[in-house]
Design a protein around this ligand. Structure first.
Ligand code: FCB
Length: 445
């Protein structure tokens, strides 16, 4: 087998997010977030799990950085909890919260691990939710204030920033499907929520530029590329519609300054178009340095006039991971080449890709997750293929550094390359971590 070698400066990393790993949910002055509230609401999370303790990374961060160093990670993507720093979302600062991230960032730098910080990975301060959350345009201003403060404190130290993680999930899973915090079933407000999230992004990028900082800033978007179930004209059109509306709802505004046009009847999805004020689209399209792409799987779709939006996702028979997502590595190549073309060769980082499997520690203390090794290898191959095709892919972050609180699934889905025993909090690198470590060292495989 010929060797696959990545570009010399390729950034290999692993990702996590604050609520999923930190724990210390009510410690050192941290305020309540919508995920604290949601996970403590009976019936919302599998097994009534919550993030009160999670991986206890807030206390064990030094051990975790040591582990990253041992694995040879070049970079670590984490998120900053807004209510840890501003417990009410605005106003009073919680110095202790800020200190935690300073300690983390400094330790990463001492270990030659590049910090990559995301400012919003879904844990909105509950106090802002009480004022409407993302349905309230002013939340975007509060976010810009929070971002501006963090830039002043850490802007010189952190070379990579993302404003938002997966705003589509925040808007649709949070406000329409209700399966994520704040758990609303109100599709009517979804696109207004999306617009306010985009405004928050634009305002934060502007704040970053105004400070004249030298690092790079971008946004992290998730895409499930759609493939037609058959060659019929209807199915091809169904896939086209999803790829050109839902999938571009955030990227077109950011990179082109406009929303995609929804073909057919406006309001056919039960959603109302947002009120766009003068100057909004200019703000939202303030130039960024990269696109962060979270990609896990694909959708196969067919036209079905009998369901509300006319497009049905068709389950596939092939291999799936423990969360039910089809293993389809080619989606990486297809999406990367498409985005490269669509957005003028923008630098792209895969900010999340990985798989959940039912991992256990065996009697020899090993986690034999060969299915995850296989998943990662095949996805890395497609990323490499995209680079060869000219895509400016600059880095790859595996989701996740360690098993953690998987939102509505609680602790039942293990995405880590490091196993976490949630009773003892013991970390055990899985075979995939050892394999990944080798890939990083060789810059290929
Ligand atoms: C993404 C989220 C991340 C994690 C993975 C599995 O949508 O950004 O926090 O839950 O899915």
């Amino acid at each position: 087998m010929s060797k696959i070698i990545f570009p010399e400066d390729f950034i290999w990393g692993a990702a996590t997010s604050a609520y999923q790993i930190e724990g210390a949910a009510f410690e050192d002055g941290k305020g309540e977030s919508i995920w604290d509230r949601f996970s403590h609401t009976p019936g919302k999370i599998k097994n009534e799990h919550n993030g009160d303790i999670a991986c206890d990374h807030y206390h064990l961060y030094a051990e975790d950085v040591k582990l990253m160093k041992e694995l040879g990670l070049k970079s670590y993507r984490f998120s900053i909890s807004w209510p840890r720093i501003f417990p009410d979302g605005d106003g009073k600062l919680n110095v202790k919260g800020m200190e935690f991230y300073k300690k983390l960032v400094n330790l990463l730098l001492e270990n030659d691990i590049i910090p990559n910080a995301t400012l919003y990975h879904w844990d909105l301060p509950q106090k802002l939710q009480d004022k409407g959350g993302w349905t309230n345009r002013e939340t975007a201003d509060r976010f810009a204030d929070f971002a501006g403060y963090v830039f002043k404190e850490l802007g010189d130290l952190v070379p990579f920033w993302a404003t938002l993680n997966e705003p589509a999930a925040a808007a649709f899973a949070g406000y329409a499907a209700g399966v994520h915090a704040p758990g609303l079933n109100n599709p009517e407000v979804c696109l207004a929520v999306a617009h306010n999230l985009l405004l928050a992004h634009g305002k934060a990028v502007k704040a970053y530029r105004q400070l004249g900082l030298k690092g790079k800033i971008g946004i992290v978007l998730d895409m499930w590329h759609n493939y037609p179930a058959t060659d019929s004209e209807e199915d091809i059109k169904a896939a086209w519609i999803n790829n050109n509306t839902i999938n571009k709802w955030f990227s077109d505004p950011v990179f082109k300054g406009l929303y995609p046009t929804i073909p057919g009847e406006p309001g056919q999805f039960g959603m109302s178009l947002p009120e766009v004020q003068q100057g909004d689209m200019e703000l939202i399209s303030t130039p960024v340095d990269f696109l962060g792409l979270n990609v896990y799987s694909r959708n196969v779709v067919k036209a079905n006039p009998d369901i509300p939006n006319g497009i049905e996702v068709v389950p596939q028979n092939g291999a799936v991971t423990d969360i039910g997502w089809e293993v389809y590595p080619q989606v990486i190549y297809d999406l990367l080449t498409l985005l490269h073309k669509e957005y003028n060769g923008i630098d792209i980082y895969i900010t999340e890709n990985g798989a959940a499997f039912r991992d256990t520690v065996n009697s020899e203390g090993r986690v034999e997750d060969d299915d995850r090794v296989d998943y990662l290898r095949r996805h890395f191959e497609q990323a490499h293929r995209a680079i060869e095709a000219g895509v400016n892919l600059k880095g790859y972050y595996v989701w996740s550094l360690m098993d953690n609180f998987e939102w509505a699934e609680g602790y039942t889905k293990r995405f880590g390359i490091v196993h976490v025993d949630f009773d003892t909090l013991t970390r055990t690198p899985k075979n995939s971590a050892l394999w990944y470590s080798e890939v990083i060292r060789e810059n290929g495989f």
